[in-house]
Design a protein around this ligand. Structure first.
Ligand code: IPM
Ligand code: MG
Length: 360
């Protein structure tokens, strides 16, 4: 039986990096006698150009019929691209939020770890890095501030804007369960991040996380305020295993965590729900300034394809193969420009894809 994989090439470097990930998927399909049936789906700027909106109803429906969706990155240059002259609800990012919400992808997993071979790219000092770190941010993805009511209005001649942050206990419970489940497969530690010294939504968050934690006696867990967490991430990233947090805090902390590794071009992500369906995308953006030059690093997208095989298609062996091939390529000294260092061999986007395919 063929697996149905939706492919969102996206904007900027999206199409180039997705092409390499598809090459890799084709290679594992051949090796393991699997059949992948790809369906192109438009999202973001590409969809605005083709259909006048960042996500059409048809595209969302098509995505919903897939076993999993692989995505590049969306969006353009916010100061120069005409997409950003459109009302906010018609811009590329609105499409991304809409597809996550429309598909019910409430759990966003963003691993951040240090590759031994890329230690030199890590901006932290050696004594902080120690023997490396390996954490995952579990970000709630379909609630909170990004999906609350918002408006801009004028009152007494003064322009005002309001955004609202709401969480239901059900939304908190299901992401917390996901976070603790992941921790059980890792080093069994959860750091739940909130702002419970100020926000009601955080106090509810803490209460529900405490309840969920009771069912995971093996997992060590703690609460941490978000401002402290931002600090701890650069002070001592080794202390973290699973960082469990709400939408906006997770958005911010996951960027920080990936930057701390020094190689954001290597980091994948998965957006999941209760069943096996998921949407997989690199943690980095669409980098429109380097699009079309064959210099973007395709590894984050290739590793996202690996996550897709592991979490949605249950093809662990194939996923292990991809992860090992990526590691091997680094050991063999090949680097795209973003992770280039002295003595290594610099290669382009397509070459990097080929080198990984060769090692599968
Ligand atoms: C991300 C991005 C998106 C988000 C934007 C583009 C809406 O920053 O995936 O982290 O905030 O979720
Ligand atoms: Mg972000």
């Amino acid at each position: 039986m063929a697996f149905k994989i939706g492919v969102i090439r996206g904007d900027g470097i999206g199409p180039e990096i997705v092409a390499e990930a598809v090459k890799v998927l084709d290679k594992v399909a051949e090796k393991y006698g699997q059949e992948f049936d790809y369906t192109e789906i438009l999202l973001g700027g590409a969809s605005i150009d083709a259909a006048g909106e960042p996500l059409t109803k048809e595209a969302l429906e098509t995505a919903g019929k897939m076993d999993a969706v692989l995505m590049g990155s969306i969006g353009g240059n916010t100061t120069t691209s005409p997409w950003y002259k459109l009302p906010a609800n018609l811009r590329p990012e609105a499409g991304l939020l809409a597809i996550r919400k429309g598909l019910g992808l409430f759990a966003n997993m963003r691993p951040a770890y240090l590759y031994e071979e890329l230690k030199a790219a890590c901006p932290l000092r050696d004594e902080i890095i120690g023997d490396g770190f390996d954490l995952v941010v579990m970000r709630e993805l379909t609630g909170g501030l990004y999906f609350g009511e918002r408006r801009t209005y004028v009152e007494d001649g003064i322009e005002k804007a309001v955004d609202t942050l709401t969480y239901g206990e059900d939304e908190i419970r299901r992401i917390a369960l996901r976070g603790f489940d992941i921790a059980m497969k890792r080093r069994k530690k959860v750091t739940s991040v909130d702002k419970a010294n100020v926000l009601d939504s955080s106090r509810l968050w803490r209460k529900i996380v405490n309840e969920v934690a009771m069912d995971y006696p093996e997992v060590e867990y703690e609460h941490m305020l978000v401002d402290n967490a931002a600090m701890q991430l650069v002070r001592d990233p080794k202390q973290f295993d699973v960082i469990l947090t709400e939408n906006m805090f997770g958005d911010i902390l996951s960027d920080e965590a990936s930057m701390v590794t020094g190689s954001i071009g290597m980091l994948s992500s998965a957006s999941l729900r209760e069943d096996s369906f998921g949407l997989y995308e690199p943690s980095h953006g669409s980098a429109p300034d380097i699009a079309g030059q064959n210099i973007a690093n395709p590894i984050a997208t290739i590793l996202s394809a690996s996550m897709l095989l592991r979490y949605s298609l249950n093809l662990d062996e194939a996923a292990d193969d991809i992860d090992a091939a990526v590691k091997k390529v680094l050991e063999d000294g090949y680097r795209t420009v973003d992770i280039m260092s002295e003595g290594m061999t610099q290669v382009g986007t397509r070459e990097m894809g080929d080198l990984i395919v060769e090692r599968i």
